[in-house]
Design a binder for this molecule. Structure first.
Ligand code: XIL
Length: 404
């Protein structure tokens, strides 16, 4: 075999630039190397132009980072799904890194996912999520420690399926919270400790936690979370927070926690909004009332459906059959509706900017429109446009409009 170090070097370089370093050239004769050179140059040209195309089709990679636009007001974030943190959706991951400085786990830390049976924890996805945030120097939020939805089936019942005793549930809650918060101590900066504990009429939601422990499960959860990581910020979170009854109940809950000397840092207003709700005046009253407790306010799960309203709020158990009539923009938004949507969101962002002395974080519930849960909730299979970045990877005009 004729040795050809120069040719080999040139080819190795080409292969490396095009991510084909796994091909070992030393194993090929000169004639093959020459024909490989020709092939690789073709591939290289094709790859270079396809890379340029990728850059062209992802305008968000050139546009001003959303978190930079709002940097003087609050942290700006997104929820991440598992494909974005395990490398399968590399574009979503890159866009998230560029545009957001805080992240929250969309599903992988919910009890059914992370703690599927009493003696089994599923760490892989949550570890990937935390690593993503740590590697990219982001403010990491864990979601969520106590929630009636996506609740692990074993959590509140015995082998016969009957509710466990208060003592058993306390022990389980303590173990669950200590194990998860403890694992990410010093890495996860804040936790949604209790999620959606109040009904729209202001009463406590009759979750299994409530049935077994009464209201007491709320302070217990905050106590356990603080024990497990004394430096982590602790959040209580819910949807439809503009409602008067919910507002009053949360002010009372947080004041009670504080009176007991428990740590609670922020009230999370999810913000699953639409074109006809919430009423911004009522939303503003809640921001003011929540800040009045001494807590920070966080907008934790922001999205704005443009689709006809089926239900308000965000009760995940709503799951309606598809109806074509309720899916009017399957082929795209009309410019008129697009403008109306951007105006409404810009107005909302202006309200948040006005109260940025109280609001420390604004978090979108997903990176781009295609990722959003609103395509399937409260009705399956619709095409929605609720987030800050569209399906063609463009940052939407409301961001710039809200800064004027
Ligand atoms: C949603 C997720 O986005 C979906 O993927 C999942 O199927 C259901 O839950 N309130 C919350 C979030 O606190 O955890 C919910 O997330 C949306 C409503």
């Amino acid at each position: 075999m004729i040795r050809s170090p120069l040719l080999e070097k040139a080819l190795t370089g080409l292969l490396k630039t095009n991510n084909y370093s796994f091909i070992n050239l030393k194993r090929f004769p000169l004639s093959m190397k020459l024909s490989y050179l020709a092939t690789v140059m073709l591939i290289a040209t094709a790859c270079t132009s396809s890379r340029q195309e990728t850059a062209n089709v992802i305008p968000a990679m050139e546009q001003t980072p959303i978190c930079e636009s709002y940097s003087e007001y609050f942290k700006t974030g997104t929820s991440l799904n598992v494909n974005q943190t395990n490398g399968k959706d590399s574009i979503g991951a890159e866009v998230a890194k560029r545009h957001f400085n805080t992240i929250v786990a969309e599903n992988c830390m919910k009890s059914a996912e992370i703690h599927p049976t009493e003696n089994e924890y599923n760490w892989e996805d949550a570890d990937n999520f935390v690593k993503f945030g740590t590697d990219n120097n982001m403010w990491i939020v864990g979601h969520c420690l106590v929630w009636h939805s996506q609740l692990s089936p074993w959590f509140c019942v015995d082998e016969k399926g009957e509710n466990v005793s208060p003592d058993v549930l306390k022990q389980r809650l303590r173990d669950h919270i200590h194990t998860i918060v403890g694992r990410y101590k010093g890495k996860v900066h804040a936790w949604d400790v209790v999620n959606e504990t109040v009904e729209d009429d202001g009463s406590y939601r009759k979750t299994p936690f409530y049935q077994i422990l009464g209201e007491e499960y709320i302070p217990l959860a905050f106590q356990y979370a603080h024990e497990a990581d004394p430096d982590a910020q602790l959040i209580i979170n819910d949807y439809s927070m503009s409602g008067e009854k919910k507002r009053e109940r949360y002010v009372q809950i947080v004041n009670d926690l504080k009176k007991r000397g428990l740590r609670v840092d922020a009230i999370g207003m999810q913000g699953h909004n639409g074109m006809d709700y919430p009423d911004y005046k009522e939303f503003e009253k809640s921001i003011e009332a929540f800040a009045g407790t001494g807590c920070d306010v966080m907008i934790t799960e922001l999205d704005f459906t443009v689709l006809p309203t089926v239900v308000h709020g965000a009760a995940v158990e709503n799951n309606l059959e598809y109806s074509q009539k309720m899916n009017p923009y399957a082929d795209g938004l009309t410019p008129e509706i697009d403008n109306q949507w951007n105006d409404r969101v810009a107005e909302f962002m202006k309200l948040l900017i006005k109260h940025s002395d109280k609001i420390t974080r604004v978090n979108f519930w997903g990176v781009n429109d295609a990722d959003s849960w609103r395509n399937d909730w409260p009705m399956r299979g619709r095409t929605d446009y609720p987030l800050a970045i569209d399906r063609s990877w463009n940052v939407k005009p409301f961001v710039e409009a809200s800064l004027k």
